[in-house]
Design a protein around this ligand. Structure first.
Ligand code: SF4
Length: 408
């Protein structure tokens, strides 16, 4: 008989429902769904002739495939899943029922990480409906305890034993506390998170325990001794140049997608991207000024009026990624990736809001989810960005940690 697994889930997870054909940016495009061997065989041998014919044409075995990652659903000429019907509903689900869906389709945008035996369920920000739940609901990050049937729980990653250092949970707790420090502006909290990650990785590099540093960090924060360093003007100018180069003409994004255009991979994001390019082209040397203007006139007031958007963005990242967990073990990189993502989101929203003369929830959700999907599908973008930034003086962890302050 199957047992149960103890777990937690935030309110955004419990309340999420896929909106199917109503979705403005369906997840059935731009990426090939990976299939296990059983699903691959079931679709190819389906008694439904439409499903079997589509599967025969589009299902491709992966070279060196394993039973779990056996094949992939190739995309059609419009880079959309060939099973998506003209009415934007899934043919597999309609003709064979929900149980016939490949695991990825059935599961997206859901995610489950088991940390020391406790299931932590979450949603990806790459789904627009999930992004609305996560960012707009002030109580989205309220957690409930749950008991899940063991045989019904799909686990994406298990973190325990040697894979989980003893500072994991204390550091995560401190990160949550920093994110919730209401008396500090959001970007100051991001700066503290960057500093925390920088110092923690320093301990790891020197072979020292992280725990005592966490205690000292919390104490310094409580005593008001953790101030914000004012970078020198020349340093700021260098950082600005590097950051702006990441934006200008979107070269970096286009390099990240050498095999297909951004339009084809992510048409929803491409619409924002092209609008941004027009703004960049007309800005010329005034780009830094426009970015600051958009930030101060639109982005910052929006965040002040909708405080839960910024706080939930950070809390969701800590929880969803299980910060400070990082597959390659580098504590600082886990944070740097998020700061980099935040920089892009802020830059797009500040410039688009300035161009449109306003910012609203629809723009925030549109850019947040489609940018998240773009970055999720282009893992190489971060190392490429890091190389560009290094050429502009981002040579230390400290400078990365201060990324949220530049251009603010
Ligand atoms: S992106 Fe989200 S809401 Fe849209 S179809 Fe996929 S799961 Fe449903």
């Amino acid at each position: 008989m199957s047992g149960t697994v103890a777990g937690v889930e935030p309110r955004y997870f419990s309340e999420f429902r896929c909106i199917g054909a109503e979705c403005e940016n369906t997840c059935c495009g731009g990426w090939g769904i990976v299939l296990d061997q059983a699903t691959f065989g079931r679709l190819r041998g389906s008694p439904d002739p439409t499903i079997a014919a589509t599967a025969g044409h589009y299902l491709v075995p992966l070279p060196g495939g394993t039973p779990k990652r056996f094949g992939v659903i190739g995309l059609d000429q419009t880079l959309t899943c060939p099973f998506l019907a003209a009415d934007r509903l899934c043919r597999i689900q309609r003709r064979l029922g929900e149980t016939a869906l490949p695991a990825v389709c059935d599961n997206f945008p859901r995610n489950c990480k088991v940390v020391d035996g406790v299931a932590r369920r979450s949603l990806s920000l790459s789904c627009p409906e999930a992004a609305r739940r996560i960012l707009l609901d002030p109580s989205a990050m309220m957690f409930s305890e749950r008991l899940y049937p063991e045989d019904g729980l799909r686990v994406d990653e298990e973190l325990s034993g040697s894979g989980l250092p003893e500072h994991h949970l204390p550091m995560q707790q401190l990160a949550f506390e920093i994110a919730l420090t209401q008396e500090r502006p959001l970007e100051e909290r991001l700066l503290l998170l960057g500093r925390l990650a920088e110092l923690s990785q320093g301990c790891v590099d020197r072979g020292e325990a992280v725990g005592p540093m966490l205690d000292a960090f919390r104490q310094a924060m409580d005593d008001g001794r953790l101030g914000i360093r004012e970078p020198a003007p020349a340093e700021v100018a260098r950082q600005q140049a590097g950051l702006l180069q990441l934006l200008v003409h979107g070269e970096l994004l286009e390099q990240a997608t050498p095999d297909a255009s951004i339009e084809a991979l992510n048409p929803y994001f491409a619409a924002y991207h092209h609008e941004l390019r027009d703004e960049l082209e007309s800005a010329g040397a005034d780009l830094a000024g426009r970015l600051q203007d958009g930030y101060r006139r639109y982005f910052l007031p929006y965040l002040e009026e909708n405080a839960q958007v910024g706080v939930n963005l950070v809390l969701h990242w800590i929880y969803h990624e299980q910060f400070p967990h990082q597959r390659d073990g580098n504590l600082f990189e886990a944070c740097a990736r998020f700061l980099f993502r935040y920089f892009y989101l802020r830059a797009y929203l500040s410039l688009l809001a300035r161009r449109r003369g306003g910012i609203d929830d629809a723009l925030v959700i549109g850019v947040a989810h489609s940018l998240s999907r773009f970055l999720e599908h282009n893992e190489q973008l971060f190392p490429q960005a890091a190389a560009v930034l290094e050429g502009h003086g981002f040579s230390s962890r400290r400078q990365y940690a201060e990324l949220p302050m530049a251009l603010a």
